[in-house]
Design a protein around this ligand. Structure first.
Ligand code: BMP
Length: 452
């Protein structure tokens, strides 16, 4: 039998617990929601669960097993198969015809039954079930439960004389998820507060407008991109992932009127020549009033980044208003990006990216500690004082078959409070790039305005 922690993480992958804002049956708002029914659809997990539940009690003490309908029925069945203890079935409602039995199966008066429940909250529904079994002369002394929500149910049943054995408590679950970097500290605090019986505050975070952000932004590149956004009524950054100077300049000129910045991967330009590529590109940027953002994703020590930024073929420091950088080398490594605003990579849009909650939290701390950082690239919400850039945006696709995952403008502006959306293939691969840029500009502005 694998250890409890590894077993829980296996179960967690099935989506059995969600964190956010949920209204329970009672009308109370809960910061988490548990549904263990998916466990029954994975035979290996169900079998393992049965062993874990059986290991909590002396099996020889029981002649029968019974699950509380419905979620615990497959669990009780699996436990019966594993232990050879016979199963009885409790109906939710008595049949309206025939025998009108509430308890089905073979049992005798005086036998002892182990009761199985998936989740215990207040314990009230268990207390309704138990007499229906006891009325048949079958004894109930022990109850095994997969998850205790720690809202008084265990103590309540114990006060009535029953022994309650819980496999996991919500506190244990939070600890396992925290250790595995799957749950943010803020959510754990909210859950603890909820368990103490305090009403949970889900503050509806109001997003800041570009005008509000402009007043608070100090970096000149941050100010500039916000001013352009307001002036052009655009939050669109076109990603020019094309491979020749001609394509780059043509695209820049076509989409220029609709964008706040053009994002480049300058190292993919096969015929790069500083004078023939960068100088005309700067002219086009000036003509249409947009910034140049080099998506270099720096990730080295300060001294090397200093060389990569100002020397070599591309001499990025001479022309890029914005650059992207990983935060992995720490705050001091960012000291040399003197001419550009830094956009920190906080989380990535690709499938299986290692930028989990822990990584993003740490990257955010580095980003917020450095005055050159104006914002971050992220697929999750960022603090409102930062500018938020989100790639992986498409009006028509969900993925690209190469690991990229797409969201819609509506989703990212409303749910993530994104400030700028980055669109690549949706524009440069379109039949008419200018028309596509205009559509994204309109959609992006509408989504932003609706999110205010
Ligand atoms: P596209 O819209 O064609 O999928 O392009 C997205 C652009 O954004 C690419 O240039 C990619 O390098 C960049 N990007 C991304 O897709 N996800 C990230 O997390 C970070 C990025 O910079």
């Amino acid at each position: 039998m694998e250890n409890k922690k590894d077993f829980f993480l296996e179960c967690y992958k099935l989506g059995i617990i969600k964190f956010g804002k949920f209204t329970l049956k009672s009308g109370i708002e809960s910061p988490f929601y548990v549904d263990l029914r998916p466990l029954a659809s994975e035979p290996k997990i169900l079998k393992s669960l049965a062993s874990h539940l059986l290991s909590m009690v002396p099996q020889k003490d029981f002649n029968l097993i019974c699950g509380v309908p419905y979620a615990a029925l497959p669990m009780a069945t699996a436990m019966s198969l594993e232990s050879n203890i016979p199963l009885i079935i409790k109906r939710k409602e008595a049949k309206a015809y025939g025998t009108k039995k509430l308890i089905e199966g073979i049992y005798q008066k005086g036998q002892s039954c182990l009761l199985v429940e998936d989740i215990i909250t207040s314990g009230k529904s268990l207390l309704e079930t138990i007499p229906e079994i006891e009325n048949k002369g079958v004894k109930v002394s022990d109850i095994v439960v997969v998850l205790d929500r720690e809202q008084g149910g265990k103590a309540f049943l114990e006060s009535k004389g029953y022994r309650v054995h819980t496999l996991f408590t919500i506190t244990e679950v939070c600890e396992i998820l925290r250790e595995s970097h799957l749950l943010e500290e803020q959510e754990i605090i909210r859950i603890k507060d909820f368990l103490k019986g305090n009403p949970v505050k889900f503050e509806e975070k109001k997003r800041r407008s570009y005008e509000e952000k402009l007043k608070l932004t100090e970096h000149k590149a941050g100010k500039k991109i916000l001013e352009i956004a307001i002036e052009k009524q655009s939050n669109l950054i076109a990603s020019a992932d094309v491979i020749t100077t001609k394509e780059l300049l043509d695209l820049a000129d076509k989409v220029g009127p609709h964008i706040v910045a053009l994002k480049t991967h300058i190292d993919v330009i096969t015929d790069f020549d500083f004078d023939k590529t960068i100088l005309p590109l700067k002219d086009i940027a000036k003509k249409h009033n947009f910034l140049l953002m080099e998506d270099r994703k720096f990730a080295d020590i300060g001294s090397t980044q200093e060389l990569q930024y100002s020397y070599g073929t591309y001499r990025i420091s001479f022309w890029a208003d914005l650059i992207t950088s990983h935060m992995i080398a720490g705050s001091t490594s960012l000291n040399y990006f003197l001419n550009s605003g830094v956009v920190a990579i906080i989380s990535m849009s690709s499938q299986g990216a290692l930028t989990d909650a822990h990584y993003s939290e740490e990257a955010l701390k580095v980003a917020q500690s450095h005055p050159s950082v104006i914002g971050g690239v992220s697929q999750k919400s960022l603090p409102e004082e930062m500018l938020h850039f989100t790639p992986g945006v498409s009006l028509s696709n969900k993925c690209d078959g190469k690991g990229q995952q797409y969201n819609t403008p509506e989703y990212i502006f409303k749910n993530l409070h994104t400030d700028f959306m980055i669109v690549g293939r949706g524009i440069y691969k379109a039949e008419d790039a200018e028309k596509a840029a205009l559509s994204y500009k309109i959609e992006g502005w509408k989504a932003y305005s609706d999110s205010l």
